[in-house]
Ligand binder design. Structure first.
Ligand code: TXD
Length: 309
């Protein structure tokens, strides 16, 4: 049976690693596209040459031409500038809006039935822009952020609790920025709430480290931002979509009603399946968390206004 088709736009760190994980796990055939001539072609060929060793039967091709992306089931957009030390995600706003806007128009034209997963920063507003530019139903346009923030949170908790990372179930909501909202009561270690395992002060330190998780990596790398955990997060979302798993994954989705939010994209738990977002899951939040989620949504709205969306 033919494999699903996934286009990954941007053959940089996040895009190429996402493509590699998708083909190595045999989740989909991949078309990798970039504006730089030869970049996607070179990386795709290099990955295919690893197939005899890795044993995957899926295919990856590289291109600079959107015709090759046509009829993709999922389009992942990672193209754009990444942060340098000292830059906030919002510093990327205008430049990346221009890049993502053009890409979305091409992708929507060539793959009108696709589901779009946006990765480019500033994430929440780029997702909103992609939704507007594509003309797609909002259930088919969403962004990756919460899964990454939750994975970082889970990793830091596992270190403090002395358990394996996969034994932690973590949930981080809100915008992908300084206003992200770790939800302690929805976070467990081997099934037990972290509030029973870690001290309040320990949790507070971990919450802050999670908020600063992206910057911590940028500070080390100096010339770019994280890509291993981001690509893992995208791949989990794509697998849930293509295999219609409907897993509950913290994602930047369109919210109109739940959490008291109106007509905005925001990071909340959502079920992702073949039709896109099939349900926004509403967790019970403390008044502080609900207020933080609102602030985070207001910040997204401010950025949308700057772009006149
Ligand atoms: O949690 C999240 N959502 C994120 C987001 C986690 C990590 C990275 N995040 C953001 O993803 C980051 O802030 C950037 O905005 C994107 C991509 O990060 P990456 O680290 O992959 O950046 P690179 O390595 O610079 O790659 C970007 C590629 C590069 O190859 C460019 O040539 C290409 O994008 N590019 C384009 N491709 C196609 N079309 C156009 N117009 C284009 N412009 C640049």
């Amino acid at each position: 049976m033919a494999k699903p088709k996934v286009t990954v736009v941007g053959a940089g760190f996040v895009g190429a690693t996402t493509a590699q994980r998708l083909v190595e796990k045999e989740i989909a055939d991949v078309v990798l596209i970039d504006v730089v001539e030869g970049l996607a072609q070179g990386k795709a060929l290099d990955m295919m040459e690893s197939a005899p060793i890795e044993g995957f039967k899926t295919k990856i091709t590289g291109t600079n031409n959107y015709t090759d992306t046509q009829n993709s089931d999922v389009v992942v957009i990672t193209a754009g500038l990444a942060r340098k030390p000292g830059m906030s995600r919002d510093d990327l706003l205008f430049k990346n809006a221009e890049i993502v806007g053009g890409i979305v128009t091409e992708c929507a034209k060539h793959s009108p039935k696709a589901i779009m997963v946006v990765v480019t920063n500033p994430l929440d507003v780029m997702v909103y822009l992609a939704w507007k530019k594509s003309g797609f139903d909002n259930r088919r346009v969403f962004g990756m952020a919460g899964e990454l923030d939750s994975a970082r949170y889970a990793y830091f908790i596992s270190e403090a609790a002395g358990c394996f990372p996969h034994e932690v179930q973590a949930m981080v909501l809100g915008g992908h920025g300084d206003e992200m909202v770790p939800v302690e009561q929805a976070t467990t270690v081997k099934g037990k709430p972290i509030t029973q395992i870690l001290k309040k002060e320990q949790i507070e330190i971990i919450n802050q480290r999670t908020r600063d998780g992206g910057a911590e990596i940028v500070k080390y790398l100096k010339t770019g931002s994280a890509f291993y955990a981001p690509s893992s997060s995208v791949v989990r979302m794509v697998r849930s979509i293509l295999e219609d798993r409907n897993e509950v994954i913290a994602s930047c989705v369109y919210v109109n009603g739940p959490y008291g939010l109106k007509d905005i994209y925001c990071g909340v738990p959502a079920k992702l399946g073949r039709k896109g977002v099939t349900e926004v899951v509403e967790l019970e939040l403390t008044p502080q968390q609900a207020a933080a989620l609102k602030t985070s949504a207001e910040h997204v709205l401010e950025n949308c206004n700057k772009l006149s969306l």
